[in-house]
Design a protein around this ligand. Structure first.
Ligand code: ADP
Ligand code: MG
Length: 250
């Protein structure tokens, strides 16, 4: 199957420091790729390159999305192509309603929605897609963190997302909220939406990934079929040596 996304030979420098050195990844529609690596290995930087937070010209290498070379000037440019990123620090406006957040930054006329009533109905429908049974008029700040995460995803769905990036999405979620999120990702995959997932929780990585890519010190160590990798294999690739024992004196 044709790739939806190809990032080829990405190099990103901060001053003289190479945060990414020749990293390549690819992903097909409806598949999930996890990025694994220790803190500071370059995972978030790679995603910021992809999203246009670091614009075209600010990195080396090429990004192809749906066979088209991406030359994003900013995050809005990338979103308009169908790529959305959800950060651990959510970007919702807490004192606005769920509905206003979902439509924030979108031309209402783009959807042919001419009044609040139509927006309300569309918001309700999109919320049900993320299994969120709440009134669209609810103020975001009144929701739990897990629910806010789902509102972020609803917002991405409203923009016709084709590739959803989740950077450490479960760091602040309860176990139950995490389960809801993982089930939703599975559902999105079945609707042909691709997903890039970053988490330190290797059980989650194993549960949802089709492929696992390991990055160490800005270098691409390898990408493997998730079924062929145990949690120990992932850790060994992340740290660059065999872990024989967690206890040095054994
Ligand atoms: P990860 O997400 O894997 O924890 P990051 O992509 O955040 O890692 O960081 C990769 C490397 O790039 C780290 O050494 C980090 O200190 C450095 N880095 C990240 N962002 C910046 C920045 N804006 N300026 C300078 N160095 C940065
Ligand atoms: Mg990070």
């Amino acid at each position: 199957m044709d790739s939806l996304l190809e990032m080829k030979g990405i190099v990103k420098k901060f001053g003289d420091v190479k945060a990414l050195n020749n990293v390549s990844i690819s992903i097909s529609p409806g598949k999930a790729l996890s990025l694994c690596g220790e803190n500071g290995s370059g995972k978030s930087t790679l995603m910021k390159v992809l999203c246009g937070i670091y614009p075209y010209g600010d990195y080396e290498g090429d990004i192809y999305f749906a066979n088209e070379l991406l030359k994003s000037k900013n995050i809005k440019d990338t979103e308009s192509k169908g790529i959305s990123i959800i950060h651990q620090e959510l970007a919702l406006v807490k004192n606005m309603s769920v509905m206003d957040n979902i439509f924030l930054g979108n031309e209402i006329s783009q959807y042919g929605l001419t009044n609040e009533n139509e927006m309300y109905i569309r918001a309700k429908k999109i919320l049900s897609q993320v299994q969120l049974d709440i009134d669209p008029d609810t103020i975001v700040g009144e929701l739990g963190l897990g629910q806010q995460q789902l509102v972020e995803i609803a917002k991405a769905l409203n923009k016709n997302v084709r590739l959803l990036i989740l950077d450490e999405p479960t760091a602040c979620l309860t176990e139950k909220e995490t389960d809801v999120l993982l089930a939703l990702i599975q559902d999105l995959k079945e609707h042909n939406i691709a997903c890039i997932y970053i988490s330190h929780k290797l059980n989650e990585v194993k549960a949802i990934s089709d492929h696992i890519c390991v990055i160490r010190d800005g270098e691409h160590i390898g990408t493997r079929d998730a079924k062929e990798m145990s949690e120990d294999d992932i850790i060994t690739m992340m740290v660059g040596r065999e872990i024989t024992s967690l206890y040095p004196h054994d």
